[in-house]
Design a protein around this ligand. Structure first.
Ligand code: PMV
Length: 351
């Protein structure tokens, strides 16, 4: 096993997209890291550069506890990458995506070494929650360490972004903003923390519905959305939405944050409805969950929905209301399980 990158020169002291990079202290050829999932409050929906995963707009998210992915990466030996997800060999498009990501890491490290990768997830199988954000954040950390790179958080965020856009945010805990950036090379399109997990105790109650037939991937959904007549309005409103969310987080104002989060999510899904062909991620249970939350709100509970590229509903509320929100969602036909998550921490090296 090779334990150092093949090349390491002063010219390579920048990470992916030019972020800061520290010289390798004690390069090791293997590493394990863990990262939590995050849920966007102001959504990322549309790319200005699909190859580099550069977003058309900025986004703001909350990293959650309990739902995480662990990744082991070892470089060296073998003529091809050996990839395992949840104990089974990765296949097809999933495998290709992992290899493409490892190629980015190899490019940065100046190495051609093949990798052995294994990922494990605590995200329940029926959750229907995209765990790619947690997976690529954990992989970015583990693979860069294993390749002997010591990336500063912004460079790590840029690397995670190459695997999955939203993974850029899972490098950090708590409330996180991923900046759109202006540069064509993506150097300035990285996430940064707005408030740590312990700074504001909120809950995100996740209603897991029966797994629906495989729906449209977020990549394909974004491509379709870009052709929607409503898409220009989405881009035009992004800065105002981000400013509103930032101010709400600064003020620890749940009502204000929930209001803009719900608006951002519903606006994102409205773009799909207006697209040709149309795009609708919701199932019956999704709609019913939204109505249950609105009924709670009419009764005075500060609870707000957000929905990603799937049928699951996530509800932002205060800790004291989480049990009431969970009880309201559990009885919706089609909801299999409800989980109340607190703010979670950022990606960490386990070994
Ligand atoms: O990171 P991707 O390519 O899986 O896209 C994520 C898209 C949404 O989850 C719908 C929104 C977001 O900001 O996370």
């Amino acid at each position: 096993m090779r334990s150092t990158p093949a090349r390491w020169t002063a010219q390579r002291l920048t990470g992916p997209d030019g972020g800061d990079l520290l010289p390798p202290a004690m390069p090791s050829a293997q590493a394990t890291a863990r990262a939590n999932v995050n849920v966007a409050l102001v959504k990322y929906w549309g790319k200005r550069d699909p190859a580099l995963n550069l977003p058309a707009t900025g986004s703001i998210s909350l990293t959650l506890d309990q739902l995480s992915v662990e990744a082991d990466v070892a470089f060296g030996g073998g003529s091809e990458d050996r990839l395992e997800i949840e104990g089974a060999p990765a296949e097809g498009e999933e495998a290709q995506r992992l290899v493409r990501f490892l190629d980015v890491v190899r490019g940065e490290a100046g190495s051609a070494a093949r990798a052995t990768v294994a990922t494990r997830s605590t995200v329940p199988r029926a959750a229907g929650l995209a765990s790619s954000a947690a997976a690529f954040a954990a992989l970015a950390l583990a693979a860069s360490r294993a390749a002997g790179l010591r990336l500063e958080p912004p460079a790590l965020s840029a690397l995670a972004r190459r695997g999955s856009g939203s993974a850029a945010r899972s490098i950090f805990g708590g409330f996180v903003e991923w900046r759109r950036g202006e540069r064509t090379d993506g150097r300035d399109s990285v996430a940064e923390p707005l408030a740590a997990a312990g700074d504001w105790d909120l809950r995100m109650v996740v209603a897991m519905t029966t797994r629906a037939p495989k729906s449209v991937s977020s990549r394909d959904g974004m491509a379709r959305a870009a052709a929607s007549p409503l898409y220009p309005a989405w881009v035009a409103g992004a800065e105002a939405d981000l400013a509103e969310a930032r101010a709400a987080i600064r003020a620890r104002d749940l009502e204000a944050l929930g209001t803009i989060a719900e608006h951002s999510a519903l606006k994102m899904h409205a773009i799909g409805l207006a697209a040709r062909p149309p795009l609708l991620y919701w199932r019956g249970a999704t709609v019913e969950c939204v109505h249950r939350v609105w009924a709670l709100r009419a009764g005075g509970t500060a609870a707000f929905v957000t929905i990603d590229a799937g049928p699951q509903v996530k509800v932002l509320c205060g800790p004291a209301d989480a049990a009431r929100v969970a009880a309201a969602l559990e009885t919706v036909p089609g909801v299999e399980r409800v989980l109340a998550c607190a703010p979670g921490t950022g990606a960490e090296v386990l070994g």
